[in-house]
Design a protein around this ligand. Structure first.
Ligand code: PMP
Length: 429
């Protein structure tokens, strides 16, 4: 029998390439039919066949307080009733900027934009404009959105589709992007020794979430901070995923390292399109209208999206919010690991705050290379067994997972029980 999801997918492919507006949604790497979502509430969403799933993507991070939280929805409705967009400044944008600066102290000034891609691209231009240098350093497996300079050996969807980089990025752009190994401080130091005076910035996911979850070692980030200062390059932390998610102050608060610029997204929009980049005021002053680095946006700081973001930021500032989130996520990964061990499956899991990684491997991966050794086929079978049990994981072995404040003990227990059955199934393959 053809399901409604199958019907919609067939229809979508007629009018949209691959039937989706962002590649990983298409289930290409795990196979099968993507679920078309009709509504979401708390930790759940429902597909076009009215099947309910426990959602471990949370819109790829933003839904940290759970879907359709009444206070966020109310803030959006009230803002929408006052008008959708003005193209002129509002007090709400000041509130949002002040809140971001307060929560992430390395950010002295911030600018709001509409997507993580835009924020990372703008931070890069700012670093280049402020230093007068062209070269940038990124790390293999880190994804910073799809701007040309950053789409070189990026993780995430590109890994899922097996493309190390994208067609359409001119060699002339890509040659300014130096791609180094994540968690290899010696290599970073060597490159700076050789050409430090040409490097505008280093951009990094301080806790990577686009080659599955991979923690940076403290030494890696400390070395990065030291050489950037020494050679006058800007250190950019891309905390689009980790910001407000691994801790209220982001990964930088966990490692105790202040970057020069930070890129934010996802949680700060609470599910609506808000992203931001900010950092040292002397750098931010290079932006138009004050300085020569141009950056703009018709919908930047939009009143409705900012209302959603502010309502979300208020909720996650409740005392103990992140402790509870981290404890629930930790319960989940420990339960999954124990269930896998019961069935003799080579499996590990890790979590930081409300973000987790699942690895079909004997040991926790510590680098891009060891991450690539995880058993992708096994992940795909696990993914489908979980989907059959109404648990929705990211449809790719290279994506991190997300827990919301609405994933209570009963939901975690239900997930672990489903995983135990899934592991049993895989063990018999
Ligand atoms: N940086 C990181 C670390 C991300 O995870 C993402 C998106 N997953 C981006 C940048 C790009 O954000 P967006 O999809 O909003 O353009």
């Amino acid at each position: 029998m053809t399901t409604q999801n199958e019907r919609l997918f067939a229809r979508a492919q007629q009018s949209t390439p691959g039937g989706v507006n962002s590649p990983v949604r298409a289930f290409r790497s795990v196979g099968g039919t993507p679920r078309f979502i009709t509504r979401a509430e708390g930790p759940y969403f429902w597909d076009a066949d009215d099947r309910r799933y426990i959602d471990y993507i949370g819109s790829w991070g933003p839904a940290i307080v759970g879907h359709a939280h009444p206070e966020v929805v109310k803030a959006v409705q009230e803002a929408a009733a006052r008008g959708l967009s003005f193209g002129a400044p509002t007090e709400g944008e000041i509130d949002m900027a002040e809140r971001i600066c307060q929560l992430v102290p390395s950010i002295e000034q911030v600018r709001l934009v509409s997507s993580g891609t835009e924020a990372a691209m703008s931070a890069l231009r700012l670093a280049r404009g402020a230093t007068g240098r062209d070269k940038i350093i990124k790390f293999e497996g880190c994804y910073h959105g799809h701007a040309d300079s950053l789409l070189v050996k990026a993780g995430s969807g590109l890994l899922t589709f097996g493309n190390p980089t994208s067609a359409g990025v001119p060699e002339d752009f890509a040659k300014h992007t130096l791609v180094l190994d994540y968690n290899n401080p010696q290599q970073l130091e060597d490159v700076f020794k050789k050409m430090g005076d040409q490097i505008a910035c280093v951009i990094v996911e301080p806790i990577a979430g686009n080659m599955n979850l991979l923690r940076a070692t403290p030494e890696f980030l400390q070395t990065m901070r030291r050489v950037c200062t020494q050679y006058g390059a800007a250190l950019i932390f891309d905390e689009v995923m980790s910001g407000f998610r691994v801790a209220l102050g982001g990964a930088q608060s966990i490692y105790g390292i202040a970057p020069d610029l930070t890129v934010l997204g996802k949680v700060i929009g609470g599910g609506l399109p808000v992203a931001a980049f900010g950092g040292r005021a002397d750098l931010m002053q290079h932006l138009a209208p004050l300085g020569g680095v141009y950056q703009a946006g018709t919908l930047s700081g939009n009143p409705v999206t900012v209302a959603a973001g502010m309502a979300t930021l208020k909720l996650i500032q409740a005392p103990g919010f992140h402790d509870t989130l981290a404890a629930q996520t930790s319960k989940l990964v420990q339960g999954l690991s124990a269930a896998a061990a019961d069935h003799g499956i080579a499996f590990c899991a890790d979590s930081v705050g409300g973000m987790f990684g699942l690895y079909f491997a004997e040991q926790l991966p510590v680098s891009y290379a060891t991450m690539m050794e995880c058993d992708k086929q096994r992940f795909n079978r696990f993914f489908h067994a979980m989907l059959d049990a109404n648990v929705y994981l990211a449809p790719s072995a290279f994506e991190a997972g997300f827990v919301s404040a609405q994933h209570d003990d009963a939901i975690i227990a239900q997930t672990i029980a489903a995983a135990s059955d899934a592991f049993a199934l895989i063990a018999n393959d």
